[in-house]
Design a protein around this ligand. Sequence first.
Ligand code: HEC
Ligand code: HEC
Ligand code: HEC
Ligand code: HEC
Length: 469
Amino acid sequence: MINPLIEVMMPVTRSLRSKTGLSIIIGGLAVLLLTSWGLQSAEVDPNQLKFPQQFESWQATEEQVERDDILAQYPANIILWAGSSFAKEYHSPRGHQFAVADITHTLRTGVAVAEGDKGLSASCWTCKSPDAPRLMNEMGIQGFSGANFVDLGREIKSVVYCSDCHVDGSAELALPRPHAQNAMAKIKLPFDKQDHAMQGAQVCGQCHVSYYFQPENNNKVNIPWIFGSTADEIEKYYDTRRFYEWIHPISKTPILKARHPEFEHWSRSAHAKQGVTCITCHMPPATDEKGATYTDHKVAGALDNFDRTCASCHSSKAAITKKLDKTKAIIDAKSRNVESLLIKAHYEAKAAWDAGATWPQMNDAIMGIRHAQWRWDFATASHGMYAHNPKEGIELLDKSTEQVTYARQALARILGQLSVTKVEYPDYSTKEKAHAAIGFVEADAIKAKEAFIKEEVDKYWQPVARTGY
Ligand code: HEC
Ligand code: HEC
Ligand code: HEC
Ligand code: HEC
């Protein structure tokens, strides 16, 4: 009697385990022994009962397990991000179901800090989980952002979920993150006034957007769009406020860091002008067994589903793929070139400082490095730039090349004045060598992280923090 019921129960709870925790299964089984099937179905996520197709396709992003180690692919990034946690670990994105586990396990977020110490801000949870807006409601926005990342880990129960994009329990789109509501209003696209297509793009733009933590507001997430959302306008905002993320330890440059500005790039693209949005390409229509259409919630690569995503406007997959490959090759080559120039500039600045250069002498060169690295980052931190807005990507990298060249000319003059004839450049041909150049011992960081996972995450955090590990 019990066995068949458990078999019915298990597939239902399978979907819930990652979200609601093992307690549901244990609790569910206990209830099973006592009551009828009708009562258990009340335990199932109501969104699954109401919208099974959307729910199951949402869950299927757990199939997208693959990701690339960007620092191993492009070790130059380690030198350019020296002094920040980005130099420790950086992977390409994968399925939404991994959002919580990946940020938990990355070396970037480190380990718990001593009681009372200020660690990494809980703001890092903002774009991983619906528990972030929930906690903001409970603690206040700055109460949340002022808390430590690890201190709220036990509270995080779900990955990117229905209620991150919808009024919970309905198909109506919503923007639950206050920083996103404010940002869309800043660029005169308030969410409530947009049509359905733009609202769809904006729900993605809550997270797939460039942001920073505001130091004067307890590390609250802010999208720097007061002057607009281009690289120039955001830079103007940061320069006006004399903002920087960290001081580069090699060149002393006050660094700006871009974060995945997919929304910004897309919003200025030929596709956006035609009403083609993130949803058109990453959440195409699908058909269930009964022939009814629904939106595929397995948010994934756009080309994998060419027939459903692109074919209505582009007839040949081969032609489009060729075009994309060609653009990608151009952008990649420009990126690698800028990286090598920027690394030279950082070390030339170091040589100048070491020889006694002063700030009045160095100011222009350092600003040149800051602005060039900002544009390089704004282009390369955007995943899929070659598909989203290749024109802007190429323009950014060309401008970045110009700016770093200018900085290096200024540095050459200063080095001449200081009679420096030789500059030592680092070997960054592999991830290991680049880490050695900046003095980061990866093995130690991994050891500390593993201990933290064992003692804290495995014992006290929700199952969702372990998906895929
Ligand atoms: C990352 C954002 C996002 C998440 C997460 C998400 N949705 Fe959606 N959903 C959308 C968008 C965007 C549309 C509108 C698609 C369109 O009409 O262009 C949509 C459409 C829908 C619709 C309307 C019918 C249809 O299929 O088009 C339903 C119902 C729905 N979602 C339910 C859910 C449920 C249930 C979940 C959780 C399991 C969920 N959604 C999670 C973004 C999301
Ligand atoms: C609440 C924040 C959030 C929202 C909303 C969101 N994403 Fe994501 N998205 C993420 C995170 C975080 C990752 C990376 C997860 C990882 O690598 O562990 C990601 C990964 C992705 C990926 C990579 C998938 C893969 O398999 O490589 C794509 C594509 C993507 N998102 C598109 C979208 C689109 C389109 C929307 C809107 C419908 C959207 N996202 C809405 C946070 C979000
Ligand atoms: C014209 C179609 C199109 C539109 C519109 C579009 N994308 Fe993409 N996107 C792509 C393609 C093509 C790629 C390259 C990889 C792939 O999907 O095959 C990509 C890549 C990505 C990636 C990186 C995936 C990875 O694993 O590296 C993310 C994240 C992403 N897009 C999010 C978005 C968001 C958010 C929007 C809207 C603001 C958007 N995209 C709009 C086609 C599109
Ligand atoms: C609703 C129609 C529509 C859909 C769907 C669509 N596109 Fe486009 N695409 C366009 C239009 C319109 C242009 C712009 C033509 C122009 O302005 O030159 C364009 C341009 C492009 C270009 C640049 C081509 C060139 O000549 O330089 C690429 C690459 C591209 N699309 C890829 C994709 C991919 C990949 C997908 C699916 C993931 C996709 N598009 C989906 C309408 C669409």
